[in-house]
Ligand binder design. Sequence first.
Ligand code: NAP
Ligand code: MG
Length: 401
Amino acid sequence: MPKIKIKNPIVDINGDEMARVIWDKIKESLIKPFLEINLLEFDLSIINRNITDDKITVAAAKAIKKNNVGVKCATITPDDKRITEYNLKRKFPSPNGTIRNILNGTIFREPIIIKNIPKIVNHWNESVVIARHAFGDIYKSKEISVKKKGKLTLKFESKDKKEVIEETIFEFDSPGVGISYFNIDSSIVDFALSCFNFALNRKIPLFLSTKNTILQKYDERFKNIFQEIYEDKFQSKFKQNNITFQHRLIDDMVACIMKWSGGFIWACKNYDGDVMSDLVAQGYGSLGLMTSVLQSPDGNIIETEAAHGTITSHYRQHQNGLETSTNPIASIFAWTRALSHRAKLDKNVDLKKFSKKLEDVCIKILENGTMTKDLALMVGPEQKWVNTNQLFEIIKNKLEN
Ligand code: NAP
Ligand code: MG
């Protein structure tokens, strides 16, 4: 079979532990035999981040910015135990955080739906895609403990000192706590643009949730910015594609999500997204079927990955020479989503077909009852499972035919 030629490169970010073992298998058995592709490889293993003093992470992010498409393997975010394990110079920050800050994007988490794998929320037949505004609010807050009687105020003073806004928050008679936080229009605008572009690209409706009945300035700002951008730039395109945008109260939205069967994007404020992404992931059942896409506001730059981590427990078995039954599907879909974005930008029809075919092959194999242990356990005691190498062999054979 002749290989499909791909004109422009893809940034390939390698990572750690079991996720890395799977990463190399995907490239060797499912990518390189079929595609003539220039992979710009960045090794973000904890060992190489330590050697390069984390400069490799910044270089990888810049390469994604330049080439528009990146695909990333899970990486270790070091804690104190990892510092000892790898004898690290310092506690390097999460690469995902560093890359997100440089690309200034929004993360969209999306499950892969397989008919015969039971979900905890049974009627979620299509994906609920969660978009989290990962800036500001409580994550950039300042809090205080109050011990004595006194007044808590919120004060803004303009740089030229000509404008002062001051509000009394509370008169304390007894001990308590207080907090203040903020957000900025430009970040909300970027978030909104990312969400509208993602919805348009995927042709699925978008919902924004806030609590603007209580936060009539703060959350109202989110609502208004989304509405203005929608009317200005997206309304007619949404209509053409038969999709909708709607603001809903967060409490109404959580009720809807339990009633509806999926097939939409839910744009969440920072804390809501933190909490709800875990709730939705659990509702679909398996981390091995959860994907994650970081997308720039204009929709042109994306970085894709599996939502799970480096799967340390399986790596320990692998190090001991044992076979593991680790689910590679989310990582394979990180590749297919990156390839399909490359195909879209390059107008490469063959590549688009290939990425769709690889996804279909994976889904069909699982639906025919060949799967890894994590999924088999969800199906039930009768369901057999295969190990990772066997599954790769089966996927590759089916793809070749
Ligand atoms: P994890 O790697 O996601 O694994 C947690 C558990 O979930 C595993 O022990 C395994 O359960 C199951 N699991 C996850 N993915 C699976 C798959 N593909 N196939 C089968 N089972 C799977 O999370 P963690 O153990 O908390 O974190 C390990 C390392 O990953 C940490 O160093 C963390 O910093 C890093 N991490 C990186 C990212 C990222 O790069 N995006 C995200 C999260 C965590 P069983 O052991 O029961 O089989
Ligand atoms: Mg969370």
